[in-house]
Design a protein around this ligand. Structure first.
Ligand SMILES: *Cc1c(COP(=O)(O)O)cnc(C)c1O
Length: 405
């Protein structure tokens, strides 16, 4: 009997009383085993590449850590109630990030939408159903934002029906605040492009009793940004799960005040009559996100930065061996905080431009993606796997050499 049970677990013996349905949880692992070593991308003819570009959605952004994959695999084998899991994981994430409450969303973009929905609707189920129609509902209609903070991702906010009111100075801000003001939104990565900094933003908002919201999607590391803005008093913080956090690319975090997070969840699955039903995360993303966050806060970020720096130095040194090439390493301070190598060249030194060089790197073996424009290449090392910096260094040198006039 025990032997039979063991064989069954291994997928080698049928269940007593009938065959197992193929594909069910208790089914044979024989077919799954065949999937194990399968090279799906090769089968499909999908190009894979070394990512020396960064965390771009179009390039599938980041690779999940083994710890995250363990959590996802675990989740894939058991049922639970979706709300209960969000409650419990939310408590853990809130504790890590100094927030009153937290919820796993399907990305920073959906965190922005759902967070704004929570502010607009409160816990009124009628209002939840009415979004994105605000007129005649009693809901507020405007979100104030600094001109320098206005980017395309504001669409996440306007998807709830609100209008963005753009201001530049403190005087304009105080004049713009009125009975229709739902929130004051801040974009951390553009903090240096606005006249008003975080503390003042929150102070003015508090004076008028307006909720403050902040997008820090790409702005960890530093790890302290995960709690800095909750400590500062922002009503909610939106974080991308699949950038440097290396959680599921289809996950993000909404961290903030308890009453708003609870309200935001009314616009999320499993509830369906709302604007967020399509922004679903299931147990796999929820557990994966939590695991990724736990891992992220536990790693030595100084040491990791040093590793990225060493990789960048290696690529830089290789590029510099080519005559006419100049390099510079930048250290972004607000977001995408990783050593970033800029490679450019003297006028007339190259017969190929940056676009052609990137095409050559893309078409090489192995294929490599970097960023940049017509007159430069831009490289980061934080999404490279062990040893790939040497390959990138060699290929960048070769391509620059071949591109010489
Ligand atoms: C990447 C990004 C987003 C969107 O994040 P997702 O997790 O991909 O939804 C929003 N805002 C800013 C500033 C970003 O950089």
């Amino acid at each position: 009997m025990r032997r039979r049970k063991m064989l069954r677990m291994l997928g080698l013996a049928p269940l007593a009383g009938g065959a197992v349905l193929p594909g069910t949880a208790g089914a044979t692992t024989a077919t799954a085993a065949a999937f194990k070593g399968r090279d799906f991308f090769a089968e499909l003819g999908v190009r894979t590449f070394i990512n020396a570009a960064g965390t771009y959605t179009s390039m599938t952004a980041s690779l999940m850590r083994p710890e995250t994959m363990e959590a996802i695999r675990y989740a894939s084998r058991k049922f639970c109630m979706l709300d209960e899991l969000q409650d419990k994981v939310g408590e853990r994430i809130a504790a890590i990030t100094h927030a009153e409450a937290a919820v796993v969303t399907s990305g920073a973009f959906s965190a922005l939408t759902l967070g704004m929905a929570g502010i607009l609707t409160g816990k009124d189920p009628n209002k939840v159903r009415q979004l994105p129609r605000l007129e005649g509902t009693g809901m507020k209609t405007e979100v104030i934002c600094q001109k320098g903070h206005a980017i395309g991702y504001n669409q996440a906010l306007t998807n709830t029906g609100v209008k963005i009111i753009m201001i530049e100075t403190r005087e304009e801000l105080e004049r713009a605040i009125g009975p229709n003001t739902a929130a004051m939104h801040f974009l951390h990565i553009n903090a240096d492009r606005g006249k008003i900094q975080h503390e003042e933003w929150v102070a003015v908002a508090n004076k008028y009793g307006i909720p403050t919201t902040i997008d820090i999607a790409a702005d960890v590391p530093p790890v302290s940004n995960l709690w800095r803005f909750n400590d500062m008093g922002f009503h909610w913080v939106a974080v991308s799960g699949g950038k440097a956090l290396r959680g599921p690319q289809s996950a993000g975090l909404l961290l903030g005040k308890k009453h708003i997070i609870e309200a935001a969840r009314l616009s999320m699955p499993p509830r369906g009559e709302n604007i967020g039903r399509g922004m679903k995360v299931n147990k796999e993303e929820i557990l994966g996100m939590w695991a990724a966050l736990e891992e992220f806060v536990s790693i030595d970020h100084d040491k990791e930065y040093q590793v990225f720096q060493e990789r960048i130095d290696r690529i830089k040194a290789a590029a510099e061996t080519v005559k006419g090439v100049t390099t510079q390493v930048n250290h972004p301070k607000l977001g995408n905080c990783t050593p970033t190598l800029n490679i450019s060249w003297e006028a007339g030194a190259m017969k190929a431009d940056g676009n052609q060089m990137r095409e050559a790197l893309r078409k090489g073996d192995p294929s490599i993606e970097v960023m940049g424009g017509k007159d430069n290449l831009s490289i980061t090392a934080w999404q490279l796997m062990e040893g790939e910096d040497r390959i990138v260094a060699r290929r960048v040198r070769e391509v620059l050499q071949e591109s010489k006039a």
